[in-house]
Ligand binder design. Structure first.
Ligand SMILES: Nc1nc2c(c(=O)[nH]1)N[C@H]1C(S)=C(S)[C@@H](COP(=O)(O)O)O[C@H]1N2
Ligand SMILES: [Mo]
Length: 217
């Protein structure tokens, strides 16, 4: 298995783990989801890059997305098959647990609903594990994954998704903190039990709702 932590980035992981233990950035105040800026967040206009220092370089000609586990139809989609169904467009806000938020991101890609329709998860499938080309993983309950405005994005603000932001394709789950939005997505695995991912086993909250300030466990 690929280690998503690049040499020299171990300190960054330790620091973020310490933040989780200390409850850094917590205001202790929940907000109505109708509030645009969740508690403790500040608005930015740039687009920060956050990862563990491994930014895989996947040529679109070699890229595949697998959808497997507890599904009736396992999928292996190559780039041209994926582009053919990449017709979903959503504009949403990003909320990162490190307290920056960025408004009005315009994404194009494949809506999760289209993937669910093709793959047909089994009745026992209760959770999803997202796997990435850098070895990163994150987990979602099926309901959180199946939200109508989630997508696997290939384009951001009208241009092909840049490698630093997870191109060729990344998950976008706008209602949760951005660590749930796996960059360089390689595989969507349907499972019958919850399997906490990279940050979830390091003290970050399993659900990650920014309005409930679910930053840490
Ligand atoms: N594959 C992968 N996806 C990832 C990460 C990562 O390290 N590897 N970091 C997560 C975190 S912590 C954040 S905040 C967002 C950052 O996305 P951005 O770099 O496009 O802002 O990606 C998430 N997805
Ligand atoms: Mo993050």
């Amino acid at each position: 298995m690929t280690d998503p932590v690049a040499p020299g980035r171990e300190k960054l992981v330790e620091t973020k783990q310490r933040w989780a233990q200390e409850g850094r950035l917590l205001t202790g105040v929940a907000a109505d989801p109708a509030t645009r800026l969740p508690p403790g967040q500040r608005l930015v206009t740039d687009f920060p890059v956050l990862d563990l220092g491994v930014q895989p370089d996947i040529a679109r000609a070699k890229w595949h997305l697998r959808v497997d586990g507890l599904v009736a139809n396992q999928l292996i989609l190559d780039w041209s098959a994926f582009e053919d169904i990449a017709t979903a467009e959503f504009t949403n806000d990003i909320h990162c647990v490190t307290a920056w938020s960025r408004y009005d991101n315009r994404w194009r890609g494949v809506g999760v609903q289209a993937l669910l329709d093709l793959a047909q998860p089994a009745a026992e499938a209760s959770h999803v594990v997202l796997h990435s080309y850098d070895g990163y993983t994150t987990n979602l309950g099926l309901d959180a994954f199946a939200r109508a405005k989630n997508l696997v994005a290939t384009h951001w603000n009208g241009a092909p998704l840049e490698r630093v932001h997870g191109g060729p394709a990344r998950l976008v789950v706008p209602h949760l903190y951005f660590w749930k939005s796996a960059k360089w997505l390689s595989r969507i695995e349907f499972v019958a039990e919850d399997r906490p991912g990279f940050w979830e086993v390091r003290g970050y909250h399993n659900n990650a709702d920014p309005w409930a300030e679910e930053r840490y466990d």
